[in-house]
Design a protein around this ligand. Structure first.
Ligand code: ZN
Length: 184
């Protein structure tokens, strides 16, 4: 429940936590993403900062943030439960809320910090969250750990992360299954 509540707090106009981005910012590590649309919101430091802010607001060690196609940001945290099978990844709340809003996710980042360190890490989404993000196509960007980058992270598209995505078998005349195919 906490994950969804935090997401709602971030889309409400009166929320101090709402972050709306009106301009695009050059994104480090996107040399591989040549097929980006011009109106999409690229994964950048502001999205990372939004995830970190969310993590700190809830005094958590993990959080996620996503850009929507209108430039707004949703954030969420992991759903905890005594039954590990009932837990949800940090991205899940924001992904579900984006879908509820009828919006498209253009970028997603997951941040975590280790108890023994004051820093944080950016990790690629797990396999299940990759599957969830596939709903919005192969050009959705995700943050990945990148030791060669000065920031320690860079962005990759889902196509780069999973070039042999199984769902391509069900592409309806394109190279990737559409949102309609996912919903069928
Ligand atoms: Zn996940």
């Amino acid at each position: 429940m906490h994950a969804v509540a935090e997401v709602r707090a971030n889309v409400g106009g009166a929320s101090p936590h709402q972050i709306t981005i009106h301009s695009q910012t050059p994104t480090p590590g996107l040399a591989h993403a040549s097929s980006l649309q011009t109106n999409r919101m690229d994964l950048d430091q502001r999205l990372v900062d939004a995830a970190i802010d969310q993590m700190d607001r809830r005094t958590r060690t993990e959080a996620a943030a996503v850009y929507l196609n209108d430039g707004s940001i949703l954030t969420s945290v992991c759903l905890d439960n005594l039954n590990a099978a009932a837990t949800l990844c940090a991205e899940t709340g924001a992904i579900c809320q984006a879908y509820t809003l009828g919006a498209s996710v253009t970028a997603s980042v997951f941040v975590c910090k280790w108890e023994s360190s004051s820093g944080f890490s950016i990790l690629a989404p797990c396999g299940i969250c990759q599957e969830r993000l596939m709903l919005w196509g192969p050009d959705v960007q995700v943050g990945v750990a990148d030791l060669e980058a000065a920031s320690g992270w860079s962005a990759r598209t889902l196509r780069e992360l999973n070039p042999f995505y199984w769902g391509k078998h069900f592409a309806d005349g394109d190279t990737w299954p559409s949102s309609a195919v996912h919903a069928s």
